[in-house]
Ligand binder design. Structure first.
Ligand SMILES: O=CC(=O)O
Length: 327
């Protein structure tokens, strides 16, 4: 409902499958007059002029030129999460619209999920669970083995905030940690976690038991891991992706898994999301998939909402935007 005193903010929907959580919406309503896409679509001419910000919760609503043309007073798009690959920054800048994200808060949970995927995949937790609950279960199955994580070699591609937090956790597991950064080497962080820098990505791929992808999706990292890179990996290695699906050539990954070029994959991200229900990755025993839940914990999602609110308030009062994404 429209409250004349509060700035109008467009959101996709409240509740439902991908919408802003009901509880969070109540908090947002203290600061903004929330207009859902459904309400906007029913009354574009009047509401379009009033909307001053878009609260983009997990890539929705989708922003295109047509929408921007009908929102003449739009000042900011506050996007949840760290990745901004779903936004056309040049287009938004042409319309004078600022962009913010929630970069720091997602790192800890996403690193935790990376560890969870590595442990679950190597120790075959999903298969173990299925065996434990099956009517004809065999306890202490003698021929059923996983691979050890403690003491194994982890190669982190992309030692940004998330990658570094993965390294901190891997250190506690006494793993040998290798990392590759396309641009810069960070010696201080390297020493703190005992990580070894691989200038060449190939060295990391050849030596790692687990390869964890934690890079942003950019034109340079698009399909960074394809047939050639998968062939460099050990046949006993597992690929873990907590960044973006498009960092991997998925067809090449399917082929590599089918032909046992690598042992397994654990993926929080794919393309598209979700995968079509008949996609080969959904049918493989050596693939563990989660539905893009890196930052999906109660506390983190609440702080993300607070970060987004702060950024919108700053933009609407012409103050510096705390989490502004610069072109
Ligand atoms: O995918 C999640 C994020 O970008 O934070």
């Amino acid at each position: 409902m429209e409250d004349q005193k509060l700035p109008c903010v467009l959101i996709d929907c409240i509740g439902e499958k991908h919408g802003v959580y009901e509880d969070h919406a109540e908090l947002l309503k203290e600061h903004f007059c929330l207009i859902t896409m459904k309400e906007y679509n029913e009354n574009k001419t009047i509401l379009g002029k009033k909307i001053r910000a878009i609260y983009m919760w997990y890539h929705k609503p989708v922003i295109n030129e047509e929408l921007l043309q009908s929102l003449p007073n739009l000042k900011i798009v506050a996007s949840s999460g760290v990745g901004i690959d779903h936004l056309d920054l040049n287009l938004l800048s042409r319309y004078g619209v600022k962009v913010s994200n929630t970069p720091f808060i997602v790192s800890t949970d996403t690193a935790d999920l990376g560890m969870a995927l590595m442990l679950a995949s190597s120790r075959r937790l999903v298969e173990g669970y299925q065996m434990a609950v099956s009517p004809d279960t065999e306890y202490f199955p003698a021929n059923w083995l996983g691979a050890e994580v403690s003491g194994a070699t982890l190669g982190i591609i992309g030692m940004g905030t998330i990658g570094y937090k993965v390294a901190e956790r891997a250190k506690a597991f006494e793993m040998k940690i290798l990392y590759h950064n396309r641009k810069q080497r960070n010696k201080e962080e390297e020493n703190a976690v005992g990580a070894i820098y691989c200038k060449k990505i190939d060295d990391l791929l050849q030596q790692s038991d687990f390869v964890m992808l934690a890079v942003n999706l950019t034109p340079q990292t698009h399909k960074l891991i394809g047939k050639r890179e998968l062939q460099l990996m050990k046949p006993t290695a597992t690929l873990i992706n907590i960044s973006r699906g498009l960092v991997v050539d998925q067809d090449d990954l399917v082929e590599a898994l089918q032909n046992k070029v690598i042992k397994a994959a654990a993926l929080d991200v794919t393309y598209p999301e979700p995968l079509p229900r008949d996609h080969p990755l959904l049918k493989m025993e050596n693939v563990l998939i989660t539905p893009h839940i890196g930052s999906a914990t109660k506390k983190t999602r609440l702080v993300m909402m607070e970060n987004m609110t702060e950024s919108i308030q700053a933009a609407l009062t012409n103050r510096p935007i705390p989490y502004e994404v610069l072109l």
